[in-house]
Design a binder for this molecule. Sequence first.
Ligand SMILES: Cc1cc2nc3c(=O)[nH]c(=O)nc-3n(C[C@H](O)[C@H](O)[C@H](O)COP(=O)(O)O)c2cc1C
Length: 193
Amino acid sequence: MNLTDKAVGFAICGSFCTFDRVFDALDAMLAAGADIIPIMSETAFSTDTRFGSAKDIQDQIRSRAGRDIIHTIKDAEPIGPKKMLDALVIAPCTGNTLAKLANGIADSSVTLAAKAHLRNERPIIIGISTNDALGAAAQNIGRLLSRKHIYFVPFTQDIELGESIQFNLLSPLVQIGCKAYIVGCKFIKSYFV
Ligand SMILES: Cc1cc2nc3c(=O)[nH]c(=O)nc-3n(C[C@H](O)[C@H](O)[C@H](O)COP(=O)(O)O)c2cc1C
């Protein structure tokens, strides 16, 4: 996989328990030469949880990407007109952000980044992580699966088998064809109710 000279937006939403795995995917893309433009939802950017402090998470992302994090709608807006990204990864994508994307709502940094980016007819890759994938989120997943320019990291039920077996069940580096690009993104877990 070679992502040299590709500008990849990497948008992180508030599924805090999957951040570690998402960082692995981020590292894989950096290793492949991608120029990473980090984006965080307002919730992901500002919430301290038992999975880490907001500042700590921000610092880890900033140091990986080597640049500041887009975390407001004001800073996300130029992504469209300035054609800033070749591809946009949203991982983890919460049920909340997924619902907004499916229904044309753009009131957060991540959803506005997606809307702005889509006008350039370039790919969005979604790594869904939600505990209502067979509940309220199911219809939103279905709507987005059929939408042009939107690709899903393959997802499955997150059964409690332990990390190693989970990863064995899945391809650790899923290759997704996006026009001429191949973006490596680790599987992001999806809870089924
Ligand atoms: C500790 C913690 C873990 C969470 N994990 C998830 C999750 O895995 N998936 C999800 O859809 N929402 C999860 N949420 C809820 C979202 O953070 C919440 O719906 C938020 O509004 C999402 O905002 P965003 O989509 O703009 O990031 C979690 C919340 C907390 C506090």
